[in-house]
Structure formats: structure tokens, C-alpha cells
Design a protein around this ligand. Sequence first.
Ligand code: DNO
Length: 356
Amino acid sequence: MHMTMRWFGTGYDSVTLAQIRQVPGISGIITTLYGTRPGDVWEKDAILAMKNEVESAGLSIAGIESVNIHDSIKVGSPERDKYIDNYITTLDRLGEAGFRLVCYNFMIIFDWTRSDLAKIRNDGSTVMSYNQALIDQIKPDSMFDTMSAKSNGFALAGWEPERLAHLKELFALYEGITEETLFVNLKYFLERIMPTCEKHGIRMAIHPDDPAWPVFGLPRITKNKADLQRVTKMVDNPLNGITLCTGSLGTDPTNNIPDIIAALKGRIHFAHVRNLRHNAPGDFEECAHLSADGSLDICAIMKALYDSGFDGPIRPDHGRAIWGEVSMPGYGLYDRALGASYLSGLWEAIAWQAQE
Ligand code: DNO
């Protein structure tokens, strides 16, 4: 594995590349071309400028998170081919620039969802949390305002204001879409992009649903082991893989993450490892990465990744807001740096013991 951190780009992130470079063990960053919309073709010059900026700071780009998917592809409407062509052009350009990992998701309308972005914990830190009863009281059209109200002024990844300004149209577009339609449309998309992925050796890593159940009645198809196995088997190419996101899969306590890792061996191209704490069914909050602070056994997860031969980038994920830091919720420097060091320490111990 190689340890990385997500970076949102100059002007989008409170954290600098120089700071990330000083976190022990970090060899690369995960980023995207912010300012692009789902469906856009990425400009070659912009891709190279992004690469140069990171490399001049002494780091490399270990993967792109995300190249987002246009709604027509998820719905399977007639203009999808045009947008898949655009996606292919972007992949081609990323491949030519030397990128070998692309994370994406197939969540519809809303990406990751929380009811509170700054819940205060006993130690004074704040975390993002989710409570289904609270979400049930929020109308989908006010979800964007709920999310952005506590975003400290940062644009939240996956919550593009331009797209979500048309929520009514989006809900109408997805009317009648079922899990089955989504699987069929994802298969169509993957089959069309695989030749380009093969040309460059680009690993595609679908990100699981967060939380791992339907929200606002919208179907979701990457919630658990069965879903992820279906996605990888329906287009049985080693480049068609997943992002193992423990914070997303872990929202459902019936998801046994070490077991999912073993089942998806060889198809896990990217890992987001973090902990969360279950308070009650449908009610969870994020926490420090440490196993003792939450409900997930992070050591067992890292061991399962090690045993599966995982060789991709890994990154700490959402951290708590601590020590007065003001950042994009979940993406401050301090708690993610603690998380990265903890994960690197676990990995070192697991590797050391394996050699004994
Ligand atoms: C949230 C992230 C997601 C993720 C996308 C991947 O913090 O984990 O927004 O980047 O779903 O496409």
C-alpha cells in the first residue's frame, strides 16, 4: 500500500501541499480537477497543470477522486453515449498524463449524506454525523442548504451547487429508476470504458454508498458485499474494481468489512480507512481513526487488506475538527494526519509480524 491524503486543490482546500508533505509516510495525494462538472471533458492543459503543481511540491498524484458520472449515464437516457464519449476522452487524457487510478461513484442525486457536519463531542471536537430520524424530517430540496450551512464556507465534494439547483428536475429524471436499472446502466458504462482503461492500465474504483442504504427513497447499488461482487463480476475485468471505504460500508453494522475485503481480493484498487461510532440503528457519528474510539476494528481491517495483497493507495478519511482548525468538514489537516500515522503504524506492525 502507499499512504496518501486527499487534497482539494489551491483555492479549494485549507490544507497546503507543503503541510501534507510533512506528514510521516505520505508519498502522494489524491485529487481531482475541481471546477469541472460531471460530463465535462477535462482539458489536457488543466490536467498537466494540476500534475505539475503537485510534483513541484515534492509529491505525486496517486489517483483521481473523482471523475464524476453524468446523470444521463446513470439514468440510461439517449444522450448517455455522448457523455460516455466525453468520459472516455477524459480517461484517455488522464492515462496519457500517467494516471492509473480513477475513483467514481454511482450514487444518484446525492453523494455522501449527513444530518450534521459539526456535532460536538464530549472532548470538544466536532464530527459529522447521521441520524435517519432527522433526515426523514428534511425535505430533499433543503438538503443542500442543510449540508452547506455548516460547511465553513467550503464547497463540499459531490455537492455541486449548479447541479443541485435543479433538484426537482433531477428527481423527475430518476422517477421509476430501480436498483436493476442502475446495475444495467452501470454495466453499459463499464463495458464501454474498459478498452480505454486497458489501453492505459487505469484501475476504476467505484466508491460505496454513504450511508449504505437508500436515502430519500433513491435506489443504491453499492451498499454491501453482494452489490460489490455483482458490480465486479458483471464486467469481469481486473481493472473494474472498488474503493474500499470503511466509513461508508461501516454505516451498516451487518457489513463485515474484513470479510468484504477477502471476498473482493484483487479488485480493491483504493482504500479509504476510517472509523465511526454507531449510536443506534440509523444513527452514527464519525470519530477518531483509532479502533477504541469507534465501532470498527481498524486493526482487523488493515490486517485483511494486508492479507489480501492490497497494493494500491490508501488514505485516511474524514477526521474530526480538533485544535481549533477550521477546514472543509472532515478534511482538516490535524486529525487526518493523526489517522495516517495510526494506519501506517498498524501496517508496519502487521508487516513486521508477518515476517517473523
Ligand atoms: C466524501 C467522499 C465522497 C467520495 C465520492 C467518490 O467525503 O468520500 O464524496 O469522494 O463519493 O466518488
